[in-house]
Design a protein around this ligand. Structure first.
Ligand code: CMP
Length: 139
């Protein structure tokens, strides 16, 4: 399965702003198929675990607090070359550096409130998908 999945999270600020629909429309129109989806409010501990790779970074505590501040939508997408194509679609992590037409350019407010997460490698796509979804929740 490696190479054809990616894990995305629509983040709390984007949810509160009513951006689930427009963001999902752009992603599905770009050819990504929803394999699994759920709305969940992460605990502090779950957000710490999900972002544990950033534990040593100065923004870690703020990131964990923000990502557990309200419900998120986690989605596992399928498409050939999913990780790379999805990162192209969402744009630079920092919306001020994201290209016109990318999701972060259109819907993000700041580096922290950057609307969506996307896996950064095939290996992490598997780890992150396993974090949110049991096998029986994937179609
Ligand atoms: P995401 O794709 O979810 O992966 C890690 C997140 O950390 C990233 O999006 C940003 O929201 C956040 N992040 C990365 N770098 C910084 C930074 N320098 N300052 C604040 N937040 C950051």
């Amino acid at each position: 399965m490696s190479g054809n999945i990616t894990l995305s999270i629509i983040k709390p600020f984007a949810i509160k702003s009513g951006f689930i629909g427009p963001i999902m429309a752009i992603i599905t129109e770009a050819g990504f198929r929803i394999s699994a989806i759920k709305s969940v409010k992460l605990t502090i501990g779950q957000a710490e675990e999900f972002y544990s790779v950033h534990k040593s970074k100065p923004f870690y505590n703020d990131l964990v607090e923000f990502m557990s501040s309200g419900p998120v939508v986690a989605i596992m997408f399928k498409k050939e070359n999913a990780v790379e194509d999805f990162r192209e679609l969402i744009g630079n992590t920092d919306p001020s550096k994201a290209k016109e037409g990318t999701i972060r350019k259109m819907f993000a407010e700041s580096l922290q409130r950057n609307a969506v997460h996307g896996s950064d490698s095939d290996e992490n796509a598997i780890i992150e998908s396993d974090f949110f979804f049991a096998k029986k929740e994937r179609f």
